[in-house]
Design a protein around this ligand. Structure first.
Ligand SMILES: Nc1nc2c(ncn2[C@@H]2O[C@H](COP(=O)(O)OP(=O)(O)O)[C@@H](O)[C@H]2O)c(=O)[nH]1
Ligand SMILES: [Mg+2]
Length: 238
């Protein structure tokens, strides 16, 4: 298998069937892939909708958290269950364009061995002005503090090896810090311009208020982790 596509969802009953169709349409015949949707204890009709989707798509696997554990935990469950060595992640609301998966996959395949993460850069964001401004500000502060040289660390569209992700320090909200976490291991990150679309169904789970304080705390935690790296260069004596 070439690629596992991991999609975390919370209450996305209208968006997820359309997205699964779209991903299959984009990848069928081009890659050997699986889609792993991780339902993070949704309390709308997501679970039932995914059960129906599974009957229509042989490549779809569905994982379920009994209770909501957050987007990072859902991504982590999906990556652990992945059968392919390479993993792509994207949001379950259809804002990331499935057409970009193959592009990021190819960039990763052709990149030097030290590139451990290929991440999207949503150049033209299709969000409210408030979200665009707060995200731009957050990205600017994060890039300044963490020096992660990544214009859009919050973009969910990413490709990395399963092995890389499993080796990262795991914490709630870690999915926004993958560039810094990968660089902490000595890996390089490539940012690629990607498409971004408006949310057509459902509501955003994140607002300025529930991002601001956790965002600051997470960033400080990440800074601390950067100062506490362990990367001994070990060699064995013959
Ligand atoms: N598993 C899980 N996914 C979540 C959670 N909150 C948001 N998501 C998913 O993460 C993605 C991005 O969330 P969204 O609300 O669209 O954020 P926005 O694009 O920043 O407005 C979507 O696929 C959501 O379903 C959560 O608590 N758990
Ligand atoms: Mg969204």
């Amino acid at each position: 298998m070439d690629l596992s596509i991991v999609i975390p969802v919370f209450n996305e009953d209208q968006s997820i069937p359309l997205l699964v169709d779209e991903v299959c349409h984009r990848l069928e015949g081009k890659l050997d892939y699986e889609i792993i949707v991780v339902d993070d204890g949704s309390h709308d009709a997501t679970a039932g909708v995914l059960r129906v989707c599974r009957q229509q798509h042989g490549r779809l696997r569905v994982l379920q958290h009994q209770a909501r554990c957050g987007q990072s935990a859902a991504i982590s469950s999906g990556v652990r269950a992945a059968r392919a060595p390479l993993v792509a992640t994207l949001d379950g609301d259809g804002q990331n364009d499935p057409a970009d998966i193959l592009r990021l996959y190819k960039v990763m395949q052709e990149a030097p061995a030290n590139v451990l993460l290929v991440i999207g850069n949503r150049v033209w964001r299709k969000d409210s002005w408030l979200k665009r401004i707060s995200s731009r500000l957050a990205n600017a502060v994060r890039a300044r503090v963490l020096q992660d040289k990544t214009p859009d660390a919050g973009c969910s569209l990413k490709v990395f090896t399963r092995e890389t992700f499993i080796g990262l320090t795991q914490f709630d909200h870690m999915h926004r810090f993958l560039p810094a976490l990968v660089q902490r291991l000595g890996g390089d990150v490539l940012s690629i311009a990607v498409n971004h679309r408006s949310r057509r169904h459902g509501a955003s789970k994140y607002g300025v208020h529930n991002r601001l304080w956790t965002g600051i705390i997470d960033m400080l935690g990440m800074k601390w982790l950067q100062h506490r790296g362990l990367r001994p260069d070990v060699s064995e004596i013959e």
